[in-house]
Design a protein around this ligand. Structure first.
Ligand SMILES: Nc1ncnc2c1ncn2[C@@H]1O[C@H](COP(=O)(O)OP(=O)(O)O)[C@@H](O)[C@H]1O
Ligand SMILES: [Mg+2]
Length: 297
C-alpha cells in the first residue's frame, strides 16, 4: 500500500470513529396538546455547515433550543460530540456556542463589559478574555461602540454582540437561530466570513434560516422541517436529485414538470417549495395569491 493510500485509509478510519457533532434521536417537544417538534432524527457530522430550514412556525427555534439545552424535550435524546446532553450538560455547554431566538443580553452593561463577563463565565483568564474581547469588537465593527450600554444598541448591533459572546470561548459547535435576520449587508458579510473561517478550522455550524439564498451559498448540508417533521435531509446535491427525480415523473395528466424537462439545476428555493409543497399535497408549495384576500385592492 502506498503512503498516500495508507494516509487516506487512516483518515477515513478516523472520520468513521468520530462521533457526530450533533445527533438527535426521536426528538419531540409539545406545548400542551400541540406538538411543535414531532420525533425528528438528525445527524450533523463534525465540520459540516448545516442549514436547518423551514417555513415560519415549522419548529426550527424549538429544535435549536432543545439541541442547546435551553428547552427540555418532551421525549427523545440529544448528543453533542458524542456526549449525551442531559447527562453532561456542563461539558456540552463548554463546547458549544449559541445565539438563540430573541438573544438575552444584559442591557445594563457596556459591550466591552458584557464580553468580559461572558468570557470569565466560561472560565477564560483575564488576559485571554481581554484580548479576545478586543479582537471580537474589532472584527464585528463594534470597537467604537464598546462604551455604549447594550440596552442602547440597535437590533443588528445587538446581534453582532450576541455572536461575539457566543464564540469568545472558541466553541467546537456553533448554533445560530436566524443569524442574518435584521443585520445589514456589511454585517452579513462579516458574519459569513467568520463562519467560513470557523468551518475551515474544523468547527461545526448549525444555523436556522428561512432565507434560502444565504443557506444555498453557505451550507453544505440541509434539513427541511415542516410542521414538526423533517421532510428532507442531505447534501444540497442529494436534495436536488431527489426533487428532480420526483418532478421527472409524469403527473396524472401525463405532463412533465417544466423544471424537470428543462434539465436545469434546481435552486434551493425550488427544492424547498417542492418538498414543503409535496407534503402539503400541492405540487408547488405555494398558494395562489389571486385566490386570497380578494378584498384588498
Ligand atoms: N412556548 C411555546 N408555547 C406554545 N407554543 C409554542 C411555544 N414555542 C413555540 N410554540 C409553537 O411551536 C411551533 C413552532 O415554533 P418555532 O419553533 O418557534 O418555529 P420556527 O422557529 O420554525 O418559526 C409554532 O406553532 C409556535 O407557535
Ligand atoms: Mg424561529
Amino acid at each position: 500500500m502506498t503512503k498516500g493510500r495508507g494516509g487516506g485509509t487512516l483518515l477515513q478510519g478516523r472520520l468513521a470513529l468520530m462521533p457526530p457533532a450533533i445527533s438527535a434521536r426521536d426528538l419531540s417537544r409539545s406545548f400542551n396538546t400541540f406538538t411543535a417538534v414531532d420525533g425528528i432524527n438528525l445527524n450533523v457530522e463534525a465540520g459540516q455547515f448545516f442549514g436547518f430550514l423551514g417555513p415560519n412556525g415549522a419548529g426550527k427555534s424549538t429544535t435549536i433550543k432543545m439541541l442547546t439545552g435551553l428547552l427540555a424535550p418532551t421525549s427523545g435524546s440529544i448528543s453533542i460530540l458524542g456526549r449525551d446532553l442531559v447527562q453532561n450538560p456542563l461539558e456540552v455547554k463548554r463546547q458549544i456556542g449559541v445565539v438563540p431566538e430573541g438573544m438575552a443580553l444584559f442591557g445594563k452593561l457596556t459591550a466591552s463589559e458584557y464580553l468580559h463577563f461572558v468570557g470569565r463565565m466560561y472560565g477564560l483568564d483575564k488576559a485571554t478574555t481581554a484580548q479576545r474581547s478586543e479582537e471580537l469588537l474589532e472584527f464585528m465593527g463594534l470597537a467604537d461602540e464598546r462604551k455604549k450600554l447594550v440596552a442602547d444598541y440597535s437590533h443588528g448591533m445587538g446581534k453582532k454582540l450576541a455572536l461575539a459572546a457566543a464564540v469568545i470561548h472558541g466553541p467546537k459547535v456553533l448554533f445560530l437561530d436566524e443569524p442574518f435576520e435584521g443585520v445589514d449587508a456589511i454585517a452579513a458579510g462579516t458574519l459569513k466570513a467568520m463562519l467560513q473561517g470557523m468551518i475551515a478550522r474544523g468547527a461545526t455550524v448549525f444555523l436556522t434560516s428561512h432565507v434560502l439564498e444565504i443557506v444555498e451559498r453557505l451550507c453544505s448540508h440541509v434539513a427541511i422541517i415542516h410542521r414538526g417533521h423533517i421532510v428532507a435531509n442531505g447534501s444540497l446535491d442529494e436534495l436536488r436529485a431527489g426533487v428532480q427525480a420526483r418532478l421527472a415523473l409524469p403527473s396524472e395528466d401525463g405532463t412533465i414538470h417544466p423544471i424537470a424537462s428543462f434539465g436545469e439545476r434546481l435552486t434551493l428555493e425550488e427544492i424547498f417549495l417542492n418538498v414543503v409543497g409535496a407534503t402539503d399535497g400541492s405540487t408547488q408549495g405555494i398558494t395562489h395569491p389571486e385566490q386570497e384576500l380578494a378584498w384588498l385592492s
